[in-house]
Write a protein that binds this ligand. Sequence first.
Ligand code: FAD
Length: 397
Amino acid sequence: MDFDFSPAQQQFRKEVRSWLALNVPVDLRGRGFAASRGDREAVVRLREWQRTLYKAGYVGMDWPAEYGGRGASLVEQVIFYEEMSRAEAPQPLNRSGLSMLGPTIMKHGTAAQRARFLDRILTAEDIWCQGFSEPNAGSDLANVQTRAVLDGDHYVVNGQKVWTSMGHVADWGFFLVRTDPAAPKHKGITFLLVDMKSPGITVRPLRQITGEAEFNETFLENVRVPAANVVGEVNAGWNVTVTTLAYERDLLTMIRHISLRTALERLVALAKRTERHGRAVGSDPVMRQKLAELLIAERCLQLNGYRSLTRVLRGVPPGPEGSTAKLFWSQVDQDLAEIATQVIGPYSQLTGESALAPDDGQWQFYALLARGSGIRAGTSEILRNILGERVLGLPKD
Ligand SMILES: Cc1cc2nc3c(=O)[nH]c(=O)nc-3n(C[C@H](O)[C@H](O)[C@H](O)COP(=O)(O)OP(=O)(O)OC[C@H]3O[C@@H](n4cnc5c(N)ncnc54)[C@H](O)[C@@H]3O)c2cc1C
């Protein structure tokens, strides 16, 4: 593991830092760790923010220059995310477009798909959602039942997706559909790009424990999708999906700790200024221990991320760090949210509507949001299965 940044990388850090100092809009600053993507107005602001980042060359940093990216190294990306965290700036809105779909189209898409979609992902003109999960296909994703039948040069799609984040504001979605029900379940799936404004699509918001509705049920009834929107081969969508999920996991492994650090730094500041029984909460020995444990956990995640980064830079295939990082991160995320409520005390229950809520009610939102950390992008139980069986070689039953 090499912890030193080269002079060019340090220069890049300086550039990013000064740019962020000048350009992060005041109303978006500090909303990095518990930001809503459900609220339509917030989405409009975040779309603008992505455009500002794009014009400065900070969106799609890893994308090759021929597709409108910067061709930046992984290390530069990590530096960029570290600086974003330091500036408490929100992430680009079009997350699944940038980190999952874009690289998938580059690898498996046609020239026409690249020309049509890639630029507009970078500029946030097209916001993308991910239509993978279904009521009976979450952890067991290969069980998708949404059916697509070829009719001339279109597929007719019928079925239901669920937990579609940003489905209510997305322009396009990348969907997994079953095109050959007779084939073994991994073999009859196709990866399809669907215009979310197509007739026959109904998006119903699902209200979450946080009170917002960031994800949705998506119903598809006789939706006609051009066959030209298939990515990769028909019935080979599972291989395409593996690419999509691998891209999601790779970079995330390296930057998972960053959102925690933003929250933790805020929490430490809060512990210093919040008084109970006439003294700062942060001076309480038990609370100090808890905060120190969180800090150590965040550093462990960072080092695990650097280990993963080093492997990738050396051309070694990713190890189990992706699974350990996700599993550990979700536990620490939930611990952090819980300890924050202890630091803040009863005020932690106040929403942003109350002037007495610390940090505009972000802690109340975060405490509830963190409940989903052990579910999304692979549940903790499934990750333990993967680590137990594939890494430790434990028997399946
Ligand atoms: C905030 C959030 C955003 C999301 N956004 C999206 C999105 O944009 N697009 C999308 O397609 N999906 C999205 N999801 C869905 C997410 O990927 C699924 O919730 C996840 O894969 C789990 O699937 P499930 O909900 O069907 O639960 P299930 O798979 O039904 O699991 C239920 C419970 O059983 C356990 N379990 C299941 N199988 C096993 C097993 N073999 N061994 C042990 N335990 C098991 C699970 O761990 C879990 O505790 C999102 C989820 C969340 C929470």
